[in-house]
Design a protein around this ligand. Structure first.
Ligand SMILES: NC(=O)c1ccc[n+]([C@@H]2O[C@H](COP(=O)([O-])OP(=O)(O)OC[C@H]3O[C@@H](n4cnc5c(N)ncnc54)[C@H](O)[C@@H]3O)[C@@H](O)[C@H]2O)c1
Length: 254
């Protein structure tokens, strides 16, 4: 079954990068299952994606609830539209100085950003093994690649996703499953607005060679490329920064 005919799950799909990715896929004729823990975001996403109602389904899910995750997938994924894609966008971050980061904050973030991504990926991959393969994309962060200030918990969870990508791509290639990772820089979403604040926004704009935030759509099109069985057929185990040049830059000109 070609990857274009089947269902793609987008976790955290009711806001920001996840919602833009769902929209990108739906606009190209794909079917999408949007999973999100926020009732309010799900309602807003339903309205935003109304024109695609024949090919989009929604369910409330906190990715840390493994038994509910298994139930949701079992009840929403049908044999006539097997899983061909998974985008792990559910996640959150907070800027907290290392010395003030509690173990609880660290564990909670790890549970959502890493363990939640791991457990749904394993379930989806098991299904893809029997249905003929697919593509999985984790949304990590540039903060998982370098030591951004205030990101000890967040950065560690995202760095772990990079290695998870590599191990999964290695083990799953024989089953026709490609696994890649996208590392966004500063992207205009509700999460970034809450985490960066006014001064933080200025700092990011100065540090990014392109001197601006990216849009969720600019991340979605990179994710879409990695989901596309034809466009990225030989791409697996990769980490793609979508960051206006942030990770590649050193000293910046004025
Ligand atoms: N916006 C940025 O600048 C930026 C930069 C780098 C990485 N990221 C990553 O991109 C991903 C998406 O972030 P965004 O900026 O679109 O944020 P967002 O807040 O706009 O969207 C995240 C969505 O995930 C959902 N979510 C959060 N925790 C969840 C859970 N436990 N189970 C299910 N759903 C959950 C939220 O309800 C929300 O709808 C995150 O993993 C984030 O770490 C964002």
């Amino acid at each position: 079954m070609p990857e274009s005919f089947g269902t793609t799950i987008v976790t955290g799909g009711a806001s920001g990068i996840g919602l833009a990715t769902a929209c990108w896929l739906l606009a190209r004729g794909r079917s999408v299952l949007v999973l999100d823990q926020s009732k309010a975001n799900l309602e807003a996403a339903k309205a935003a994606l109304n024109e695609y109602s024949a090919r989009v389904d929604f369910a409330e899910l906190d990715v840390t609830d493994e038994s509910r995750m298994l139930e949701v997938i079992a009840s929403h994924v049908t044999a006539d539209s097997p899983l061909v894609g998974l985008v792990n966008s559910a996640g959150y971050g907070k800027d907290i100085p290392f010395l003030e980061t509690s173990s609880k904050v660290f564990r909670d973030m790890l549970e959502v950003n890493l363990v939640g991504t791991f457990s749904i990926s394993r379930e989806v991959a098991r299904r893809m093994v029997t249905s003929g393969g697919g593509s999985i994309v984790h949304i990590a962060s540039v903060s998982g690649l370098i030591g951004n200030k205030g990101r000890s918990a967040y950065g560690a969870t995202k760095a772990a996703l990079v290695n998870l990508t590599q191990v999964m791509s290695n083990e799953l290639a024989r089953h026709g499953i490609r696994v890649n990772c996208v590392c966004p820089g500063p992207i205009e979403t509700p999460l970034a607005a809450a985490a960066h604040g006014g001064a933080g926004k200025k700092l990011w704009e100065q540090a990014v060679p392109m001197k601006r935030y990216g849009s969720p759509k600019e991340v979605a099109s990179a994710v879409g490329f990695l989901l596309d069985a034809e466009a990225s057929s030989y791409v697996t185990g990769q980490v793609l920064s979508v960051d206006g040049g942030f990770i590649g830059s050193g000293l910046l000109p004025d």
